[in-house]
Ligand binder design. Structure first.
Ligand code: GAR
Length: 195
């Protein structure tokens, strides 16, 4: 059984797509090879992703930047023995201690073609607004390993989409989300060696 831990701060549509994928997988895989989301971690007590966790009966953990005890969190995460820690719209920089404890096991999705529109302050709609303001004709997504620097870990996959002159940040975000929901589960499948 492969365990996934998801970190998310917002609505959680990517988390929902990954959970749906695990259910699909488990329909076709033999019992010993099953995959499940064993824990959802959020820094936002109001995050929509927590409603998803409750609905899916997945344990969740709310962490607070000011009171976080890194060693305890690492211990707690290790107790779930995650094959991968999946950042799905998680808006904090992962502390170096956690990156080291799970080297090459933390992946992130970013809603642009990194290195463009990465770094501090570049997340969610801020990215789409910047892409539109620059007049770019294409955008896309990047799935990458997480290291100590924001949005700079090794790239695993990039997928592109057009930007239309009629786009708003919302319509571009929808197109980006479609790419994310398609590619994030498939990338996890690939990394778990199920392809
Ligand atoms: C996604 O578009 C993801 O790429 C972005 O947040 C959104 C979360 O959507 N992540 C970042 O900007 C990280 N820098 P969701 O809550 O619906 O999955």
């Amino acid at each position: 059984m492969d365990s996934l831990v998801i970190f998310a701060s917002g609505t959680g549509t990517n988390a929902a797509a990954i959970i749906a994928w695990t259910k699909e997988q488990n329909r076709v895989l033999p019992a010993g090879r099953q995959v499940h989301v064993s824990l959802i971690v959020s820094n936002n007590p109001q995050a929509g992703v927590l409603e998803i966790a409750k609905r899916e009966h997945i344990p969740f953990l709310i962490i607070d930047k000011h009171t976080i005890h890194e060693a305890l969190l690492i211990e707690q995460l290790q107790s779930y023995n995650p094959a991968l820690i999946v950042l799905a719209g998680f808006m904090w920089k992962i502390p170096p201690g956690i990156v080291h404890a799970f080297t090459n096991r933390i992946i992130n999705i970013h809603p642009s073609l990194l290195p463009a529109y990465g770094g501090k302050g570049m997340y969610g709609h801020h990215v789409h607004t910047a892409v539109l303001a620059a007049g770019d004709q294409e955008s896309g997504i990047t799935i990458h390993y997480v290291n100590e620097a924001y949005d700079e870990g090794n790239v695993i996959l990039q997928a592109h989409c057009p930007v239309h002159t009629t786009d708003s940040a919302d319509t571009l975000a929808q197109r980006i989300h479609q790419l994310e929901h398609f590619y994030y589960p498939r990338t996890i499948e690939y990394l778990l060696g199920r392809k």
